[in-house]
Each structure stands twice: as C-alpha cells, then as structure tokens.
Design a protein around this ligand. Structure first.
Ligand code: A2R
Length: 314
C-alpha cells in the first residue's frame, strides 16, 4: 500500500482519495463501522482510532509509505458541547497513531497530521498568521489541534519521525456537513428555493472573518506537503485571504432565485468567536509551489447547484 488515509469517511477523505488515485497511488482508507464510501475506489478498513491495537495491526500488516491522519471530532460547535470526546479522539487518537508507528521495527513512513487555523485563536493583530504566530486557541477543538501539533513536532524532533503538520484554514465544497457555515447557508437557500422552508434564513455571527479554500485545493496541498514538506515543520494551508461570513452569505444570496430575509438566531452564536483568522501561506508556496485554483464564488456556486440538483431544481 502506498498511502493510508485514517478517517477517510468524512468530508475531506473522499476528495483526498480522488487526489491520490489521480497520482496512481495504491490507496487504503479507514472508516468507522457505520461509514461507507463508493466501492472500488480504494481498499477500505474498519478502524476506530481510539483502539490502539487496531491501528498497530493495520500498519504492521500493510506498512503504508504515506499516512494521512484526518480522523477527528472536527466540529468547533460539537467541541463546546462535548469537550471530553473531542480531547479523546483528537489527542489520544493522534498519540495512538504515533506510538503505533514507533512500535513497528524498521518502519519510517511519512505522516501528515492535519490541524487547524483555529489553533491560532485569539490574535492580537488582524494581520495574516504565519506558522510562528503564538497559539491562543479560542475553543476546545482548537486546543486539541494545537496539542496534536506539539505532539507531532516533539515526535518528529525526538524520534526522527517523518511527520509534517498542517494547519488547515476553513475548507468548503460539496459534501460538507451543514454544521459548517458555508454548507449550512447553501443548503438553507436550496431548501427555500425548493419550497421546503419559508424564505427566512437563520444565521449566526456574520462579522467574523475566515480564510476559505476549496477542499480540492486543500487536498492537493496535503499531497504536495506529503512529498515536499520538511519533517517536523508546520504549514498553513489556506487561501491567504479572509472574508467576512456576511460576504460569503452575500455571494450565495446573489445566486439565489428567491428574495430571502435574514434572521439572526442566538442558538447559532458561539460562546466566543475569534474576529479574524487569515493565513500567511508563503511557507507552503515556497516549499511546494502550491497555488489555489478555485475561486470562492465558483466553490459556493457548486455547493448550491449540488443541492438544487438533489431537490430536482436544476
Ligand atoms: O465524527 P464522524 O462520525 O463523522 O467520523 C469522523 C472520523 N472519526 C473517527 N475515525 C476513526 N476513529 C475515531 N475514533 C473517529 N472519530 C471520528 O474522522 C469522520 O469520518 C473523520 C473526520 O472527518 P470530518 O469530521 O468530516 O472532518 P474533515 O472535514 O474531513 O476534516 C479532516 C481533518 C480533521 O482532522 C479536521 O479536524 C481537520 O481536517 O480540519
């Protein structure tokens, strides 16, 4: 096996499988027992990252050259509701992977640990964040990803492991769960257009600015970092340009065929929200030559068009 994707049943996994298939790699993907992916696109294995022996056995048998670690509790909102579960999966799960690799004699895979732009958290300045910007995580999810990053750095430096860390900023695209803002807005608009809900959109904080990328650009960056990233180093993966959630909403509303009223819903406001997060992506670009291909408008339109098609509107 060339590449193993751990946690491939989520949003990013299916895109990463496609990306690696295009490179003619032999790909394995781990799924939770309840998860499924399109058959025939790669080998699949059932794995709960909380079970250390399961990951050890899988790696010992297949010895993948590249390991992409995507498995996580990835929702900020869910991390406020259940911080303990988020800590277990995101921290202990990553530790299980690193210890499993270390326990196998003469095995030196490249490992990509996927963290988050949320790790930077409460920023003193609104300037783009470099990988050296101090971390002040603003929510439990962000704290777990910051810890994962530290663990990866320590294991790479102390044990000479081929671990590359990324801090991925917001990525969006078809198939993203509607707990995330762009996916939620696109779905609400399509439901309104299809007559499944009244023409009133529920929104949360619209002033926060985030750095959005198309998930297809993001997985291309991951694959390039796997090949070209320096072990023990962290790389921001983002567009390099923050936009307000309001702007994202406005782009989608411009595409809509209906006149829609916006209603702020207190249930959608988070206990605390970092005002601006924007990535400095010069390190990624210098080391890999990566550039984003898809515009925000193009990606948002594709998400809306996908729901319209599902609702028989296209
Ligand atoms: O939470 P679920 O049921 O959607 O399953 C997620 C899965 N996962 C696990 N896999 C193995 N063992 C576990 N104990 C475990 N708990 C959860 O990892 C899901 O299928 C996958 C992560 O996919 P998403 O939540 O859709 O995240 P996404 O957007 O694909 O992001 C990939 C990575 C994550 O580490 C994010 O935190 C980061 O990129 O931004």
């Amino acid at each position: 096996m060339d590449a193993l994707i751990i946690g491939a049943g989520g949003f990013v996994g299916s895109y990463l499988i496609q990306e690696l298939n295009q490179k003619n790699l032999h790909v394995g993907a781990t799924l939770l027992p309840r998860e499924h992916i399109r058959s025939g696109i790669c080998d699949t294995f059932t794995l709960d990252i909380m079970q250390e022996n399961e990951i050890k056995n899988l790696l010992r048998t297949h010895r993948p050259k590249y390991i992409y670690h995507l498995a996580a509790q990835s929702s900020v909102a869910a991390s406020w509701k259940n911080p303990e579960l988020t800590i277990d999966i995101n921290i202990k799960g990553s530790l299980h992977l690193l210890e499993a690799v270390r326990s196998i004699p003469e095995y030196y895979p490249r490992i990509l640990l996927v963290g988050s732009g949320e790790e930077y958290g409460w920023l003193k300045s609104q300037a783009p964040v470099t990988e050296f910007t101090p971390l002040h995580p603003g929510n439990p999810y962000a704290a777990t990803k910051a810890f994962q990053n530290m663990l990866g750095t320590i294991y790479a430096k102390s044990y000479g492991m081929g671990i590359v860390m990324v801090r991925a900023f917001n990525h969006i695209g078809i198939g993203q769960a509607p707990v995330f803002v762009a996916a939620d807005f696109a779905l609400q608009i399509a439901e309104i257009e299809a007559g499944f809900r009244p023409p009133v959109m529920q929104v949360g904080n619209l002033t926060a600015k985030r750095d959005f990328s198309d998930v297809r650009d993001v997985v291309r960056a991951y694959s390039l970092l796997m090949e070209k990233g320096c072990a023990g180093e962290t790389y921001n993966v983002g567009s390099g340009h923050a936009v307000a959630i309001q702007e994202l909403l406005d782009i989608l509303l411009d595409f809509s065929t209906k006149s829609i009223v916006i209603e702020q819903n207190p249930d959608r406001m988070r206990p605390s929200d970092v005002p601006v997060i924007e990535a400095d992506i010069s390190k990624l670009q210098t080391d890999t030559g990566w550039k984003p291909i898809y515009s925000l408008e193009e990606t948002l339109y594709s998400m809306l068009a996908h729901h319209r098609k599902n609702f028989g509107l296209a």
